[in-house]
Each structure stands twice: as C-alpha cells, then as structure tokens.
Write a protein that binds this ligand. Structure first.
Ligand code: AMP
Length: 392
C-alpha cells in the first residue's frame, strides 16, 4: 500500500495551477448563443460588465468583458484565477467558473449584485448613516482580511469595487481583482493618484518601483471609511501640494492639537481609529483587523451604535485543493459549467466632492474618467478629469 506524502501547497502554486487550467480550457464562443444580454452594469476603458441570463440555465449573472486590445491574456487569467481563488469568502463576489473568449474580449462570469455598487448609495456631502456604514465596512474588513491572509493585496479599494445586494448594506461583497497582486511582488511606478492612493505611492520623487504591501489597502480602507461616513473625500491626493492633506499631516504628526475641520464631526474613538489606519508611515499602519475592535464605539458625534458580523477568515488548504480539482474537472465552457446558486480652502467645512475615480491599470494613458450609469441615463455623478498615476 502506498501512501502519498501530504504536501502543503502555497497560494502561489494554487494560483499558477488555476491559471494553467483556465488557459487550457478557454474556448471561443458567441455570447448571444448562450446568453441574453439584459443591460450594461458598468463600463470603462478596460471593457464592460453586462447583466445577462444564461439561455439554458436561466441564471442571471454579470459577465465581465475585458478588451483583448488592452488586456493581455496573462492579465485576464490572473484576474480570473485570483477571483476564483478568493471567492469562497462570503464577503467576496462569487465566481461561476465560467471563462471564455470572443473575437474582441476575454470574458468571465460573476454573481450579479442586484443593488449595484457602494458609490451609488453614498449621499454626496452627507454620507451613510453610521449603522449602515458600520455594517458595510465590517463586511469589507472581513473580505480584505481574508485576502491579506492569502498574502494578496487588492490595490484598488474604493466604493465602486464594493458591490451591494441591498441599499441597507446587509450584504456587500468586495470585487474587481484586476489590480490584485501577491504581497511582496515588485511593481513599477507608472503615474497618477486618486484620493485612495497612499502617500508613499504618491511620492513622485521615488521613480523606482515598489513592493506590493498590505499597508496600501489599509490606507485606502481608511479613506473609504471617511468617504462612507461623510460623502466627501478627505483630500484630492495625499501629497504636500494638497492643503487638506497637509492639514491632516500636521495633526497626525501632533504639530497641532487642532483637529482638521472636516474631521471634527468624528468622536475621539473614531479619530483614534483613523490615526492608525491612516498612519503616514506605511510601517506604522495597523492591520485591517484593527477596525474590529472599534465597532462597539460611537464614531460620529451625532451618530448611533453599529452592528456585528462573524468573521470567516480562512478557508482550509483542503478547500483550496478542492477548488483546483474542480478546475481540473470542469471545462470553462458556459454550456456545461455549473452555476452557483472643486478646491475649497482648509478651515471651511466642506471637502472634496465625492466623485467616481478610476484606476485602470492598463490605461494610464487616459487621464479622464467617465462612468456610464447602469441605466445608460445621466447618473448624476460628478465627472472629473483626475490625473491618474498608478503602479502596475
Ligand atoms: P469592475 O470593473 O469589475 O469594477 O466593474 C465596473 C462596475 O460594473 C462596478 O463598479 C459595478 O457598478 C458594475 N459591476 C461589476 N460587477 C458587477 C456585478 N457582479 N454585479 C453588479 N454590478 C457589477
């Protein structure tokens, strides 16, 4: 009788296997043959996301189309495989195991989030009620912690990438793993910043590359929390040229005891949390788990208490083996795949208007961002021409 040694496999091996099997089974299909397109859910320079119904199964799903012109096969396989790898977490968007190509696009299927994304429900300059924001951020924190436990860094945390299933945020899921990389992997500086970009990545004096690090997600998570609670950005970019950011820096470095104007609506407890999440030095930033210790506190001076969720942090390596097995056995064909179920001076009260901003890795050449509403009618979002600098 032979016994096989139990070899524990790293996430690197598993992701490579997933990419390999996905590449092997990638079929060219005609979308209209298998899917009825209902409407467009999102659009960007990368491609689009359509809501479709599988003609045979009757399942509603979101198909993400990545333009072959601007997306390398390798990048598509990476995004698809990472999405599949992390989808066991209940707070991460589910992947159906369906991937294929058309003449123009690489495509994969995700579960459909019926209420859209978080950006749509944050009232500009008002923010979400504290209990709703807490419920939402709790689920995002679990998802991000899960990702970090898998040694992955999301690198594009923002409201547009938090998909919601109801307007009360009882069920929210993290999505879009197009920028996700392994912690420690080298990335080149390209250009551009958005309000969620950590200061160390905004520093244009550093022309060399970076190592991907969890701390950049923690920073973006802190900015996200501010946006959710206020409906504003805390600054346009975390750079010395930004007066709002500089005011925050002086307070963070304890050069002034006076809390920056737009932070005065928070309780001391919330400010303590923000100080840790938005620590100026990446090495001093807390982990995303820190937020779990703060849910019982009041965050807004005029706020109410929050809720509680159970964390589901790790799937076992057995689960991961099963996932790879599932990939080996199934074709990725949709036919047979099983479906799973304006600048204002600091000192005034207003801050940067809350707008949708894009970090699309493949298209740093485009400096402007336009977001098409899911109804293809004017969305009411403020469109900005924000210089985008990012690292890929
Ligand atoms: P992405 O490029 O994946 O961030 O998707 C762009 C936009 O399309 C998102 O901000 C959402 O508004 C929408 N979207 C993407 N995936 C889904 C989904 N699975 N369900 C509903 N809407 C989605």
């Amino acid at each position: 009788m032979s016994s096989s040694p139990v070899v524990s496999r790293s996430s690197t091996d598993i992701l490579e296997d997933l990419q390999f099997f996905a590449a092997q089974s990638l079929e060219k299909i005609e979308v209209n043959r298998y899917y009825e397109v209902i409407r467009e859910l999102g659009k960007g320079t990368y491609g689009k996301v359509d809501l479709v119904i599988h003609k045979i199964r009757g399942t509603k799903m979101a198909l993400k189309f990545l333009k072959k012109k601007t997306t390398k096969l390798k990048s598509f396989l990476r995004e698809y495989s990472i999405s599949l790898y992390v989808s066991p977490c209940p707070f991460i968007i589910n992947i159906f195991g369906i991937a294929f190509e058309t003449d123009e696009y690489y495509v994969f299927a995700q579960e459909y989030a019926l209420a859209g994304d978080l950006f749509d429900i944050i009232p500009p300059q008002v923010g979400l009620p504290e209990p709703v924001a807490k419920r939402c951020i709790h689920q995002v924190a679990i998802a991000l912690d899960y990702l970090h436990c898998k040694k992955l860094v999301h690198r594009d945390i923002k409201p547009e990438n938090i998909l919601i299933f109801d307007k009360e945020c009882r069920k929210v899921k993290l999505s879009d793993f197009g920028m996700t990389r392994r912690a420690g992997s080298p990335v080149k500086r390209v250009s551009g910043t958005i309000p969620y970009t950590a200061p160390e990545l905004c520093d244009t004096s550093k022309s060399e590359g970076f190592c991907v690090d969890y701390s950049t997600d923690v920073w973006a998570f802190g900015v996200l929390l501010f946006c959710m609670l206020t409906g504003n950005f805390p600054w346009e970019k975390a750079m010395p040229s930004d007066a709002f950011y500089e005011e925050f820096v002086r307070w963070q470095r304890r050069r002034t005891g006076s809390v920056p104007s737009q932070w005065r609506r928070f309780t001391d407890d919330a400010l303590r949390l923000f100080r840790k999440l938005l620590s100026l030095e990446a090495e001093c930033r807390c982990s995303v788990k820190e937020v779990f210790a703060h849910f019982s506190q009041r965050w807004m001076l005029d706020g109410e208490g929050g809720g509680n969720h159970q964390a589901m942090l790790n799937s076992s390596s057995e689960d991961e083996e099963l996932l790879v097995d599932r990939m080996k056995q199934q074709t990725l064909s949709p036919v047979v795949s099983a479906a799973k179920g304006g600048q204002i001076e600091p000192g005034t009260t207003a801050a940067h208007f809350f707008t949708s901003v894009s970090t699309n890795s493949s298209l740093s050449l485009t400096n402007s961002y336009e977001r098409v509403s899911r109804d293809s009618t004017p969305s009411g979002r403020i469109l900005v021409a924000t210089p985008i600098e990012i690292c890929v």
